[in-house]
Design a protein. Structure first.
Length: 65
């Protein structure tokens, strides 16, 4: 679960969440994503960014009001 303060959803917080998601995806699927990017001639960073954004929808958020 990701705990967020409802008053702090600025760009910096969003970028932090995306970086946490990227680390999570890299740890779980890094080798697979690299192989996929190489096989399909894609930029690995772009593939990682897409998957990290998708991964954000899988988190459970708790908002403190």
């Amino acid at each position: 679960m990701v705990y967020l303060n409802y008053n702090n959803l600025d760009d910096e917080t969003q970028q932090h969440l995306l970086s946490v998601s990227k680390e999570d995806i890299e740890n779980k699927f890094g080798d697979d994503l690299k192989a996929y990017a190489k096989e399909h001639y894609l930029n690995y960073d772009d593939v990682l960014e897409e998957e990290a954004t998708r991964n954000l929808y899988n988190y459970q958020y708790v908002f403190n009001l």
